[in-house]
Design a binder for this molecule. Structure first.
Ligand code: FNR
Length: 186
């Protein structure tokens, strides 16, 4: 059985190391996983008054893309030891209207990538806090706090380090196994 994976990247910038890392995970993934990048940069700030007046097209598009996926892969930077605002907004947009969350029960995985040594741990775990509330079973191991992010890729966009590639491989393989275990039961 194949599964559709929504890929949500927490950075909006073109040269994002997190977007590159997501691309690498997709390249290494088993063939039965189909990936779609779901963009978050155009989503208006969540506002219940706006919802009551009629959801903007961007929110509807985002909710439909998440809803139509079987599972979600988050790859995010850390901003001020937490989740970037754009990603938190996307989480909030997808969680509403009340009772119709697009996220509910979809298996997920989180990778954080940072130039620093802590590897985005703060963002990774603050995101997990929201995912618990959203009832998303999140892959526990291996944890993926990827530090040294500016040295990960060469100018051609290739991973510079074989150990990193092996780690990325083990992460995406574990996610595929997690999806098999969780998604098929739903
Ligand atoms: C950062 N950065 C950062 N890095 C980190 O490891 N911990 C942090 O708390 C922060 N805080 C932070 C706040 C803000 C507002 C910005 C813009 C940046 C640095 C960040 O990791 C770096 O810019 C990465 O390159 C962002 O990831 P992308 O965009 O390359 O994927």
């Amino acid at each position: 059985k194949s599964f559709k994976v929504a890929v949500v990247v927490g950075s909006l910038r073109k040269g994002s190391i997190n977007r590159k890392a997501a691309g690498e995970l997709i390249r290494l993934a088993p063939e039965h996983l189909e990936f779609e990048f779901v963009e978050i940069g155009d989503l208006p700030h969540y506002d219940e008054d706006v919802e009551a007046a009629g959801a903007p097209d961007e929110w509807t598009r985002f909710r439909q893309q998440i809803s139509s996926a079987d599972t979600v892969l988050f790859v995010t930077p850390e901003y001020n030891r937490s989740v970037p605002g754009a990603l938190k907004n996307a989480i909030d947009v997808g969680s509403r209207p009340y009772g119709a969350s697009a996220w509910a029960r979809k298996p997920a995985a989180v990778m954080s990538v940072s130039p620093g040594a802590i590897g985005g741990f703060g963002a990774n775990h603050h995101l997990r806090q929201s995912l618990v509330f959203l009832d998303m079973p999140v892959l526990q191991q291996p944890e993926a706090y990827v530090g040294g992010g500016f040295d990960l890729f060469d100018d051609a966009g290739e991973l510079t380090n074989d150990d990193t590639r092996k780690f990325f491989q083990s992460f995406i393989d574990a996610f595929a196994e997690w999806i098999d275990r969780v998604a098929t039961r739903q």
